[in-house]
Design a protein around this ligand. Structure first.
Ligand code: ADP
Ligand code: MG
Length: 716
């Protein structure tokens, strides 16, 4: 019979500490040394001390603040203990003459030592032999309870080694500690251990844990990848009737007003090659803002459509989807490709018409927002799904897109039959195996190498490392908000030259209305400041509260050059492409993340004109900017290279931000640090395939031990 969980047990579950192994792997944040009694005489300012002393005075004083003051003497010096909150029972325990063991931070130096709210108990009693671990915890879960639970878990858990330690090749590659030893040690290190090596996690016991964790991550990704490689996808080869003719992709290339860069040609070949294989593509295309990813999406779509299949392109925002839509229409419709458009804000009638086009297969290309993956949408034969700004989408959404293709090879266009849609994912047609679509994910947030090697190890990665020619580098300036007037002068100068300007207002967390007020205010201010009777200046406003239609109208006015300045909240963050815009002002730049600033900056410098980005910052009431904000802004001025920016961002913020939705599925690394543990990461990357091939049972146990049920998410 199941018994109800106690409160601390619930808290344990909240921390994910369910299995014995979870408890055993819950490692201390730091340690306290309770193995020794120190003397006040030897104390240093700020030191955490354990002393044994006798109470010489105990009184409550009312001013300046009510508190309990207890004076103790350990024979070498005296110390005052201060308690701002206290209970009557404490006064009894702290009565004059009592002998106590006291732990706390000493302050005050020569003026006389004090401890604020030290912990205390009766003196005497045995001293622990090991350092006392302090665990990460949550409210309602006392350290003492957690310690006991962890030690229990440690004793019960199966800690048999999953590294094939009997294998000599492994022995050479891994000469470190065993798992059981490492864990026992980390939970109860001997008192004479160097605390520094424990706390900065360079100790060999820590190395073992990090190696375990990184290996688990590599194994699970490799497994996910191999699982996918066993699936079938349609080979996207030109349909037989088109043989001899020039393919759609070639036609598109010939019609483009520019030639592909070398990087684009290389990536195009990589994608095209994947599409001809009978294994689903799972490729991430990363390229800095403006590197020209859209045309590669169009070329992949052309290949897919030429082979007789449907292609879907999904973008995270309506504006971005709209941009793609108009660009792709301009490129593909002249080639006779029919395109459908799907968004959440569509009128029912229009949507119904689009759904019919998609279901019948008349629309070979479908562009849209999340609306593309809704249940109602039925493709005739989807073979390629392209996701722009992939980190904006969740795992569930990517899975949904993948599952849009519940088709069997029966529906292959070569067969000339009407698509047979399998309702049950597992249903298989006797004539053909279940087919899965190819997936191309695009991102303008470059992924630092170590991150690509770890969290994205299951993906093929293509990189556009070259910008199209004719771009002038963007000059970035930091300007204090006090000098706003100069910035407005700059805007005027750009407008006089016929250029356009973006002014981005920050998103104020949790307050859309403040946000709006701020953008509206700036809009008024700029409209007034730029008023010119001779050459009228029009300032537009774009914010998240506007209807899609309104947004679209403003965007197209700006694109058409009818607005000289566009004030907006961060809705323009991704993908917007107006080559005539040459100046970007970001207000309260200190509130933005580094990658976000880089994305924003990428909205200018798209044409031939020299472009600039002004990062307006404000220090508020503080005398200077916070350290991390300063680092971010400095990085922006220092470099325009998206990869360098991403690397610094990883350093400043850790991997969470890069992973977007991926982090909710794949467990974040708890122990290993991608900035410092690159050698171990390399090791894990080499060992994972060997382990999976030679020791599949150990690999299975290893993954299970570390990831439990979480590995599933990696499949998206
Ligand atoms: P992003 O990678 O940020 O999505 P886009 O695909 O929007 O970049 O491309 C940015 C701009 O560069 C677009 O106007 C696009 O038409 C143009 N472009 C793309 N490739 C080339 C090229 N090889 N030569 C010149 N312009 C190009
Ligand atoms: Mg783009």
């Amino acid at each position: 019979m199941a018994t109800a969980l106690s409160y601390p047990q619930k808290a344990l579950h909240k921390l994910g500490l369910v299995r014995d192994i979870d408890l055993a792997l819950h490692l201390p944040l730091r340690y306290e040394d309770e193995t020794r009694i120190s003397h006040l005489r030897d104390a240093r300012e700020g030191e955490l001390l354990q002393i044994e002393a006798t109470v010489t005075a105990c009184q409550v004083i009312a001013r300046p603040r009510r508190q309990l003051l207890v004076t103790v003497d350990d024979g070498s010096d005296a110390c005052v203990l201060r308690f701002f909150t206290y209970y009557p029972s404490m006064q009894k325990a702290l009565a004059v003459g009592a002998r106590l063991r006291i732990r706390g931070e000493v302050r005050g130096g020569r003026a006389g030592w004090t401890m604020m709210h030290p912990t205390f108990k009766a003196a005497g009693g045995e001293l622990p032999k090991a350092l006392t671990p302090v665990y990460p915890t949550v409210a309602g879960l006392p350290q003492a309870y957690l310690r006991k639970a962890v030690l229990g878990g440690l004793a019960r858990a199966d800690l048999s080694d999953t590294f094939p330690t009997g294998d000599t090749a492994w022995k050479v590659a891994w000469s470190g500690w065993g798992l059981r030893d490492a864990l026992s040690f980390l939970h109860q290190p001997a008192s004479d251990e160097a605390l520094a090596a424990l706390e900065d996690r360079s100790h060999p016991a820590w190395q073992r844990l990090k190696a375990e964790e990184l290996l688990a991550q590599q194994l699970s990704q490799l497994q996910a990848k191999r699982g996918r490689d066993a699936l079938q996808a349609p080979r996207l080869q030109p349909s037989p009737c088109a043989a001899g003719e020039v393919g759609l992709a070639e036609k598109l290339l010939a019609a483009l007003p520019f030639a592909l860069t070398a990087a684009q040609r290389r990536v195009n070949t990589e994608i095209a090659h994947d599409l001809t294989r009978a294994v689903p593509m799972h490729r991430l295309l990363q390229g800095d803002v403006g590197s020209g990813k859209t045309v590669l999406a169009a070329l992949a779509a052309a290949l897919c459509i030429d082979a007789g299949w449907q292609c879907a392109l999904m973008a995270p925002t309506e504006i971005l989807a709209q941009q793609h839509f108009s660009k792709l229409i301009a490129w593909l419709e002249p080639l006779g490709i029919r395109t459908a458009w799907l968004t959440g804000s569509q009128k029912t009638k229009e949507r119904r018409a689009m759904l019919a086009l998609i279901a019948s297969g008349e629309a070979a290309l479908v562009v849209g927002t999340h609306a593309v993956i809704q249940d109602k949408v039925q493709f005739r034969n989807l073979a390629l799904a392209i996701i722009d700004e992939q980190h904006r989408f969740g795992v569930a959404q990517r899975l949904a897109l993948r599952n849009k293709m519940n088709l069997t090879s029966e529906s292959s266009p070569g067969g000339g039959r009407v698509a047979k849609v399998a309702n049950d994912k597992h249903e298989q047609d006797e004539a053909g195996a279940q087919l899965h679509p190819h997936l191309l994910m695009m991102t303008a947030t470059p992924i630092p190498r170590t991150l690509a090697m770890s969290y994205y190890a299951d993906l093929e990665v293509s990189t556009l490392d070259e910008l199209p020619p004719g771009r002038t580098p963007i000059i970035t300036k930091l300007v204090h908000d006090r000098r706003r007037d100069q910035v407005i002068e700059r805007i005027r100068a750009q407008i006089t030259q016929g250029r356009q300007v973006y002014w981005v207002c920050p998103l104020i967390e949790e307050s859309e209305s403040l946000d709006l007020a701020n953008a509206t205010q700036t809009h008024l201010e700029l409209s007034a400041a730029l008023r010119d009777p001779v050459a009228p200046v029009t300032v537009g406003l774009l914010h998240s509260r506007m209807s899609t239609g309104e947004k679209r109208a403003v965007m197209s006015q700006f694109t058409a050059g009818q607005l000289q300045v566009l004030v907006s909240t961060t809705v323009i963050e991704v993908g917007v492409d107006v080559p005539n815009a040459s100046l970007m002002i970001v207000e309260h730049a200190e509130r933005f993340g580094l990658s976000q600033l880089h994305q924003l900056r990428g909205r200018v410098g798209r044409g031939a004109a020299a472009s600039a980005c002004v990062l307006l910052y404000s220090t508020g009431d503080a005398p200077r900017l916070a350290e991390t904000a300063r680092e971010r802004l400095k990085a922006m001025v220092d470099t325009g290279d998206g990869f360098e920016i991403a690397r610094r961002d990883l350093e400043i913020r850790g991997p969470g931000e890069f992973l977007g939705a991926r982090q909710s599925g794949a467990a974040l690394l708890r122990f290993a640090d991608l900035n410092t543990d690159t050698a171990l990461l390399e090791w894990a990357r080499i060992m994972a395939p060997k382990m999976l091939d030679q020791y599949p049972e150990l690999a299975r146990r290893h993954i299970d031990r570390w990831l439990g049920g979480k590995a599933e998410y990696l499949k998206a």
